[in-house]
Write a protein that binds this ligand. Structure first.
Ligand SMILES: CC(C)(COP(=O)(O)OP(=O)(O)OC[C@H]1O[C@@H](n2cnc3c(N)ncnc32)[C@H](O)[C@@H]1OP(=O)(O)O)[C@@H](O)C(=O)NCCC(=O)NCCS
Length: 294
């Protein structure tokens, strides 16, 4: 009897993902040793556009990725994952080519793992910089007040009517409007705090759950002392280990994390396509919401 040949993986159709695919996306994360992070997928699939390839054997997804659009100047690619049993068959390359075409000339950015970086280079992405992961139990050293005092800032939980001011500050720092993402932050995060100086909002930061840890991000602050004050105030609200992806240029903050018990982890390459820079002001942008949103 004639049996139809299975379709090569690289020819399987690519479809849009929806919130209905949350569990399949989380399964893919687990398959690659990443935290399942269903709430993160919920945020990404609501605020952005997910692309996926179904396994013809009905075993969930072969691959997924998410694109978060920030208007004509930028879109961020994240969560590119291919199931372990299907790697090195051209699936990621195909998904990325599809995403680049769909972006239609909009500059793209992403945080590349060591595994992903060679593919992005082959596709024409350029290296812009690095992001360093830190993680571990935060050990307060009694200098949180010192950090806040040297920045002459106070921190407090964000209130509903802070959101508009946060979004305005964020726009100048991130360089494009992130309202569609930040409006979801109060529901997504476990804590959201703002920093003030002379009655003006000068920073904000959130803490969200991932596996057994709490991730610090976004971390937006007018200077390093303000960033430290925000992190210390968030750390005081949790017993879980902290994790953060810090722009490698913020060496002082990275050193401060290490002094407070966090260990350096893997680093990711910040890469862009169609632009040699990112909009905004990196000096006030310490950590992304998640590396998946840019
Ligand atoms: C990285 C990943 C997405 C690659 O998926 P994939 O479908 O295997 O990639 P492709 O088959 O399209 O590979 C395209 C090219 O990328 C490079 N590449 C892929 N996997 C690689 C690896 N593990 N190490 C080094 N280079 C790799 C190779 O040049 C490859 O071409 P080749 O197989 O002809 O040599 C996949 O291994 C994965 O999901 N890893 C875990 C999650 C992750 O790190 N994602 C990237 C986030 S930025």
């Amino acid at each position: 009897m004639h049996r139809p040949q299975p379709r090569p993986l690289a020819e399987l159709p690519i479809r849009r993902l929806t919130r209905e695919d949350l569990v399949a996306c989380a399964d893919l994360c687990e398959d690659r040793g990443w935290p399942r992070d269903e709430p993160r997928w919920g945020l990404l699939l609501s605020a952005g556009t997910g692309y996926g390839i179904d396994d013809p054997d009905g075993k969930g997804l072969v691959a997924a990725c998410v694109v978060t659009s920030y208007g004509p100047r930028l879109a961020a690619i994240g969560m590119l994952l291919v199931a372990g049993r299907h790697t090195r068959q051209g699936v990621a390359r195909r998904l990325m080519e599809h995403v680049i075409e769909a972006a239609d000339g909009t500059p793209l950015s992403l945080y590349a793992t060591a595994q992903g970086q060679p593919l992005y280079e082959q596709l024409g992405f350029g290296l812009l910089g690095w992001s360093n992961r830190v993680g571990g139990q935060f050990r307060p050293r009694g200098d949180a007040h010192g950090a806040a005092a040297s920045a002459s800032v106070t921190t407090r939980p964000a209130a509903a009517d802070d959101l508009r001011t946060m979004i305005r500050l964020d726009h100048t720092v991130f360089g494009t409007d992130r309202t569609h993402v930040l409006a979801r932050l109060p529901a997504f995060s476990d804590r959201l705090r703002v920093a003030e100086a002379d009655g003006e909002l000068v920073g904000y930061a959130a803490l969200w759950p991932s596996g057994n840890a709490h991730v610090v991000g976004p971390l937006i602050a007018r200077d390093t002392a303000t960033a430290k004050a925000l992190v210390a105030s968030l750390a005081a609200t949790t017993d879980r280990p902290l994790r953060a992806d810090i722009d490698a240029r913020h060496k002082e903050l990275l050193g401060w994390f290490e002094e407070h018990g966090l260990e350096p982890g893997s680093r990711t390459a910040v890469m862009t396509y169609g632009s040699h820079d990112l909009p905004g002001d990196w000096t006030r942008r310490f950590a992304p919401l998640t590396v998946a949103t840019g």
